[in-house]
Design a protein around this ligand. Sequence first.
Ligand SMILES: [Zn+2]
Ligand SMILES: [Zn+2]
Length: 326
Amino acid sequence: MRAMVHTAARTPLQPAELPDPEPGDEQVLLRVRACGVCRTDLHIVDGELVRPKLPLVLGHQIVGEVVGGGSQFAPGDRVGVPWLGWTCGECRFCLAGQENLCDNARFTGYDLDGGYAELAVADERYCFSVPAGYADDQAAPLLCAGLIGFRALRLVGDAERVGLYGFGASAHIIAQVARFQGRKVFAFTSPGDLMTQDFALSLGADWAGDSLARPPELLDAALIFAPVGALVPAALKALDRGGVVVCAGIHMSDIPSFPYELLWEERQVRSVANLTRRDGEEFLEIAPRVPVRTEVHPYALENANAALDDLEHGRFRGAAVLTVAS
Ligand SMILES: [Zn+2]
Ligand SMILES: [Zn+2]
């Protein structure tokens, strides 16, 4: 099969012809139709996440067609493969319903080969049915950008005024879900990025502005999707008493020190890590009811490096997706 392979940090992915993967117990073999490109992939290539399997096929937002293996799905079924690829089911986190924190978790496109390839294998117990009504490329960003964003949104409870810092793949999906839930959405972008601010407003945001600006109202919650630690004190400044800042990325630059006053009055700063299967099931149930519309930028598999480069430099709005066999 053709694949784009990560062989060492800070080097481009290499096109390669690999042996076709064979499904093991409880694994399905998938023909990859589309695979979303996530900022996490960029962190792996840049060496900011330091323990990938090598060589590695990246990609953890796989929309694939079952061609064999497993027992839960039939050949021809369309399934989605997320970041959470396997958990032990035995550690204290798994036993407490927090499989996202499993001691022994394996992640797709990091510990396990992912979807920047023509074929992939995945443990069927961690695969989702992809909602009908979404084209393959439009479904792909639901599987991480949407899903992790949804978990982050869930952590803010019934917060009414929600700020989204960094309006990329995740925020453009979660803005729609938050509006559907009756919340007010405040979109924060890089200073002067009027194109993205217009994009946020077109998706129903109540306000859009620069990341360091004061929103017209104080926020009950802020979700930070950009990997920029300086946004933490910026978001705290925009937060009302009792509010929470949720950092939704897997990697972030250092958070600068800030006066305790910004945290006082029961404000909180926390992160969100990975996903549980329940997050996925609930999000993929709600997405078509919103209905969430994804804006995608398709790239051929061979152009994965260009997709990563464009993501790094903010050259598109919405989400980049490799279209493999649609
Ligand atoms: Zn991701
Ligand atoms: Zn576990």
